[in-house]
Design a binder for this molecule. Structure first.
Ligand code: IPM
Ligand code: MG
Length: 357
């Protein structure tokens, strides 16, 4: 098992370290871990967010355990020197087009949600975000100077039928494994690209008569997500809308620090390459303080075992250990509540390791 470890920036380093400890405890010497810099760390090491050596390592690996990239000030400066580009290039070059972002509530954390307990009790939804297309990659793009000497910015929302078809199939198949409900999110009332999205998803849906398909405009979808989130099973979204909705969905569960994600390619879920990362970002404001929650990273390691190595038993073992630790009352600052014990990042890792034993 060749695992590339790309901790990246900010709390990415701290949380990934805990996930690696847990993985090592479970798979022992069967796995070979190799670490490489990406994002801001890539810039420091090699002057680019995705150093060639890191890219080679990621290409050869069976699975990639990813932390987070980015730091303060990333929104300015040339695009090719922004930390986030390291991640965007990996996703696209490795053709990891299907991004699973589950949002589920641990019963122990029901009080941590910003919604009323009855709205989120038993919440278990899956956002499936398309990850290789849309305005994230569409050309033309850039900032140019117009005839009046003033600048203008351009980005292009673009999807082809095959791109929509392949993510739709993954969506319908995922729904089949769950509660057989798929909600497709678009903005077909305004954008032609999204009209094509809706038509294509509907067309693919004819092959899955056993799955209930519904379409929502993204504005209505965001409202419904906050009004009655339990109505959803799987939501399939274009890249940009999925980026936004998945942060909102994650927060319903109390903390974005709890949720893992998997980005996979054509052979989704059958022992093939994937990139596994917490849904949260690099959180520079709390980096280096040993207070970040490593659970999202640890659960991402469980997803890695399940999807890239078909080791569902080991994945379930890790998930049980996390549950046990929460039941013991162990909490990092983001999910801490009166009556529970506040612990740091490394201590949370220790607790999960102890529960594994
Ligand atoms: C995410 C992040 C990334 C994205 C950034 C870091 C490029 O927000 O994974 O959700 O926009 O896809
Ligand atoms: Mg995001």
């Amino acid at each position: 098992m060749k695992i590339a470890v790309l901790p990246g920036d900010g709390i990415g380093k701290e949380v990934t370290a805990q996930a690696v400890r847990v993985l090592k405890a479970v798979v022992g010497r069967e796995a070979e871990f190799t670490e490489a810099p990406i994002g801001g760390e890539g810039l420091k090491a090699a002057g680019v967010p995705l150093p060639p050596a890191t890219f080679e390592l990621a290409k050869k690996a069976d699975a990639i355990l990813f932390g987070a990239v980015g730091g303060p000030g990333d929104e300015s400066g040339p695009r090719q020197l922004r930390p986030g580009l390291g991640l965007l290039t990996l996703r696209r070059e490795l053709k990891l087009f299907a991004n699973f972002r589950p949002a589920f509530l641990f019963p122990e954390l029901i009080g941590a949600s910003s919604l009323k307990p009855e709205l989120v009790e038993g919440l278990d939804l899956m956002i499936l975000r398309e990850l290789n297309g849309d305005i994230y990659y569409g050309e033309p793009r850039g900032i140019s100077v117009g005839a009046d000497g003033r600048r203008q910015g351009v980005n292009t929302m673009r999807y082809s039928e095959p791109e929509i078809e392949r993510i739709a199939h993954v969506g319908f198949r995922a729904a089949r494994e769950r509660r057989r409900k798929l909600c497709s999110v678009d903005k077909a009332n305004v954008l032609e690209t999204m009209q094509l999205w809706r038509e294509t998803v509907s067309q693919v849906g004819k092959q899955y008569p056993d799955v209930e398909l519904r379409h929502l405009f993204v504005d209505a979808a965001s409202m419904e997500l906050l009004r009655a989130p339990k109505q959803f099973d799987v939501m399939v979204t274009p890249n940009m809308f999925g980026d936004i909705l998945s942060d909102a969905a994650a927060m319903l569960t109390g903390s974005i620090g709890m949720l893992p994600s998997a980005s996979v390619g054509e052979a989704a879920g059958s022992g093939h390459k994937g990139l596994y990362e917490p849904v949260h970002g690099s959180a520079p404001d709390i980096a280096g303080k040993d207070i970040a929650n490593p659970i999202a990273a640890i659960l991402s390691a469980a997803m890695l075992l399940r999807h890239s190595f078909n080791r569902s038993d080991d994945a379930a073992r890790i998930e049980r250990a996390v549950r046990a630790v929460l039941a013991q009352g162990c909490r990092t600052a983001d999910i801490h509540q009166p009556g529970t014990t506040k612990v740091g990042t490394a201590a949370m890792g220790d607790a999960v390791l102890a529960a594994l034993r």
